[in-house]
Design a protein around this ligand. Structure first.
Ligand code: SF4
Ligand code: SF4
Ligand code: FES
Length: 268
């Protein structure tokens, strides 16, 4: 039966508030969603005031400062701190983005930070990415040659007949706007179609990756890749709502990539 009410412990409650010392001149208040799976409590929003004169310029710097100086229990993912690993994806003031690319100065006095929406929360800002990674694996995100021997070049390099796989400048250009994707899943977590059909619809992050391999001139499996995507749910749940493109912190356009895949299917 359809559950029309929110589960009892879904309401986010006000948590603790740690104030900055009175002599701090430039204060920013950061609210962070907290959820501890092992206690039966509701999630809460903890509030921390920080001294901007003693903090780096990005939202990730603020979260790291809070963890280092105010509350070591705050849990989040991060690695590169420069927008290339994709691990610090979260929802900041209503928009999915990478915390290490988000400038504190671009936000108002209060910054509210939640985990990516519609993904299961493991703890605080850490979400379960298992399904997205399974879907990513399903599109075979690697170079496929018809002759698999061709891939066994010296020291595992991508080579055919012992030679590099060269691309013309124009062929290489096809990868611009797609190779930059860091698989942060900000786009998929903002897509209403993925919210409702995430178990069967691949979502914008994975479909942009699928497109990346379809337009790689070195790949020999275009037909097989298209066959695998030609499915009412995997691909055609995209209704061009464009949330994905609007939110991508790398400035990419997954909605266009999805439209291009549909076009390839019509044209072949
Ligand atoms: S398209 Fe953009 S938002 Fe989506 S996974 Fe790639 S980098 Fe992240
Ligand atoms: S354009 Fe497609 S993938 Fe992007 S948010 Fe809309 S439905 Fe989702
Ligand atoms: S820490 Fe790597 S993308 Fe933000």
């Amino acid at each position: 039966m359809v559950e029309l009410r929110l589960p009892k412990n879904s309401k986010v409650k006000a948590g603790k508030r740690l104030l900055a010392p009175p002599d701090v001149k430039r204060v920013k208040e950061i609210h962070i969603y907290r959820f501890e799976p092992e206690d039966a409590q509701n999630p809460r929003l903890d509030r921390y005031q920080i001294d901007l004169d003693q903090c780096g310029s990005k939202v990730l710097d603020a979260i790291i400062k809070i963890k280092d100086e105010l509350d070591p229990t705050v849990t989040f993912r991060r690695s590169c701190r420069e927008g290339v690993c994709g691990s610090c994806a979260m929802n900041i003031n209503g928009k999915n983005t990478l915390a290490c690319l988000a400038a504190i100065a671009d936000y108002p006095a209060v910054i509210r930070i939640y985990p990516l929406p519609h993904l299961k929360v493991i703890k605080d800002l850490v979400v379960d990415m298992t399904l997205i990674y399974q879907q990513y694996a399903s599109i075979k995100p690697w170079l496929q040659k018809n002759n698999s021997e061709a891939l066994r070049g010296a020291e595992g390099s991508v080579a055919s007949g012992g030679r590099e796989q060269l691309q013309s400048i124009d062929e290489r250009k096809q990868l611009d706007g797609v190779y930059e994707c860091v698989m942060c899943a900000c786009c998929s977590a903002s897509c209403p179609s993925y919210w409702w059909n995430g178990d069967r619809y691949l979502g914008p992050a994975v479909l942009l990756q699928a497109y990346r391999w379809l337009v790689d001139s070195r790949d020999d499996q275009k037909d097989q890749r298209l066959d695998a995507l030609d499915d009412a749910f995997k691909l055609y749940r995209c209704h061009t709502i464009m949330n994905c493109t609007d939110t991508c912190p790398k400035g990419l356009n997954p909605a266009k990539a999805i439209a291009e895949i549909k076009k390839m299917l019509v044209q072949r």
